[in-house]
Design a binder for this molecule. Structure first.
Ligand SMILES: Cc1cc2nc3c(=O)[nH]c(=O)nc-3n(C[C@H](O)[C@H](O)[C@H](O)COP(=O)(O)OP(=O)(O)OC[C@H]3O[C@@H](n4cnc5c(N)ncnc54)[C@H](O)[C@@H]3O)c2cc1C
Length: 464
């Protein structure tokens, strides 16, 4: 048996892992064959929520989760902590796929999901530092303001009103987040800031208490109908669920199903109250802006900035390595972006820097589904919007496994099949060209102040 990484290595994964209570030693690796009603590969939010809702509905079900590392090892433990109603496919795209009512139903379901996560965390005693302060998206150039207006116009055209998304003028925006050069913003109340590793580890503990077998340190080598194979034994089950998101291409036969794209983050030292008084973000709204190469941030419960963005390269062959989590030029750029946003930060110390792979499907549309003939289920492709969406996925998969036809099993992402990604080297060329184009577009806009369609076009061409 390979020697597994332990507590110390896992603590270094991110600020969140460093500060999550409890042991991070892998628990209870599989030690022989098992049988169950449901077997799940992956103990991120997708796998954990699926097990949670199955066990809640049917306490007698035998549910086994196999996780290669520890629960919350992947994106679920490392993210920006935006538990938001964002869904990676736009309303217009969902309308093209499934009609207007279905598009609206999907977005309304996402709004409910944000509250569901908060409700379960409270009910189960998981202190994930939940603060539902909404999201403020800043516009800091005329081009960004134009995009803010377009976003509000699209929301209105689908019947979403002021209570869902508001356009703020410069003064209103600065009251929420006193960033430099703010011309306006959008504000939505549908987001909570959380400590993601606390939620992931808390859920894993709840599952164990309820009798779910969560086998950490257990890599799945093959997912097949009625069978999930590991080096330490095979789990036979009527239903087998894939919940491996960005790591999916490592599984046999799934190399082109999803592309792992790295998102990187930094956390600062805790800031004095006097600094926060100048910055704002009271009530802990999450924040970003309207550039193409997205940035995202939150004020943590202990008074730091946790701040992230894309921009790390896609690696040939969808490779995933621990070394890819840390890209010094991207960390420097993040630090600079944060200081540009809030110059009052000055030479603030960055205490943590990390990253991880998220999963991007070819058409940028997340999906969840179950093939009743094989018993194989899946959920994923959330791009950067999985913190809440995984909860909806877990409830949906539980309903599908239990044969319940419900409002959520009729949502347009259920059963959606994204096309395969191109073979290499096209995938590498396309993904990295797209990332560069978005960066160029942002620089052009910063210089000219006018909208550059380059980033958007690159995004559309590459990601559907
Ligand atoms: C830096 C970063 C910031 C982000 N910020 C946000 C945000 O603020 N808001 C938001 O909504 N989304 C955000 N996301 C995306 C979000 O975190 C993910 O969409 C979500 O956590 C996906 O959950 P998951 O359970 O599907 O995947 P993961 O959390 O990646 O879990 C997959 C699990 O499967 C395990 N696994 C993989 N292969 C195997 C195998 N062969 N055998 C056994 N186990 C296996 C992995 O170890 C891992 O634990 C961010 C992602 C990153 C990386």
């Amino acid at each position: 048996m390979d020697v597994m990484p332990g507590e110390l290595a896992y603590r270094k994964l991110s600020f969140w892992h460093d500060t999550v209570p409890g042991s991070l030693e892998p628990q209870d690796p599989l030690d022989g064959d098992r049988s169950a009603e449901v077997a799940i590969a992956g103990a991120g939010f997708t796998g954990l929520w699926t097990a949670y809702y199955l066990k809640k509905a049917r306490p007698d079900l035998r549910v086994v989760v196999c996780e290669r590392e520890i629960a919350g090892f992947g994106a679920s433990g490392r993210n920006g902590g935006w538990c938001s109603a964002l869904f990676p496919a736009s309303l217009a795209k969902l309308e093209r796929m499934a009609g207007r009512d279905a598009a609206v139903a999907m977005y309304r379901a996402m709004q409910d999901t944000v509250d569901e996560v908060g409700r379960v965390a409270a009910a189960e005693g998981i202190d994930c530092h939940w603060a539902k302060g909404g999201t403020v998206h800043l516009a800091r150039s005329p081009a960004q303001l134009e995009r803010a207006r377009e976003e509000v116009a699209e929301a209105r055209s689908f019947g979403f009103g002021q209570a869902d998304l508001r356009l703020l003028n410069g003064a209103e925006a600065a009251e929420l987040a006193a960033a430099a050069g703010v011309l306006g913003a959008t504000y939505t109340p549908h987001c909570a800031a959380i400590h993601p590793a606390r939620l992931a580890r808390g859920l894993a503990s709840v599952l164990r208490r309820r009798g779910v077998a969560v086998h950490e340190g257990t890599p799945v080598t093959e997912i097949a109908p009625r069978r999930l194979r590991t080096p330490y034994g095979t789990v036979r089950a009527e239903y087998v669920i894939r919940a491996t998101e960005g790591y999916t291409p490592q599984l046999p036969g799934l190399h082109r199903a999803i592309v792992p794209v790295y998102s990187l983050m930094i956390a600062t030292e805790p800031l004095p109250d006097a600094t926060w008084a100048q910055i704002g973000l009271a009530g802990r709204p999450t924040f970003g802006d309207f550039r193409h190469l997205i940035i995202y941030g939150q004020r943590t419960a202990d008074g730091r900035f946790a701040f992230g963005g894309r921009g790390a390269p896609y690696h040939f062959g969808s490779a995933i390595r621990p070394g890819f989590d840390r890209v010094p030029p991207v960390f420097r750029a993040l630090r600079q972006s944060l200081r540009e946003l809030f110059p009052v930060l000055g030479e603030v110390q960055v205490t943590h820097s990390w990253g991880g792979p998220l999963g991007v499907p070819r058409d940028w549309c997340a999906s969840a589904g179950l093939d009743p003939s094989t018993g194989l289920g899946w959920a994923g492709g959330y791009v950067g919007d999985g913190v809440a969406t995984t909860n909806l996925a877990g409830r949906t998969l539980a309903d599908l496994v239990l044969g319940h036809r419900t409002e959520i099993t009729r949502l347009p992402w259920v059963g959606h099949q994204s096309p395969q990604w191109e073979t290499e080297p096209l995938r590498w060329l396309g993904a990295n060209a797209g990332l560069h184009a978005m960066g160029w577009a942002d620089r052009l806009e910063a210089r000219s102040g006018r909208q550059s369609r380059l980033g958007e076009l690159a995004g559309r061409f590459l990601f559907g």
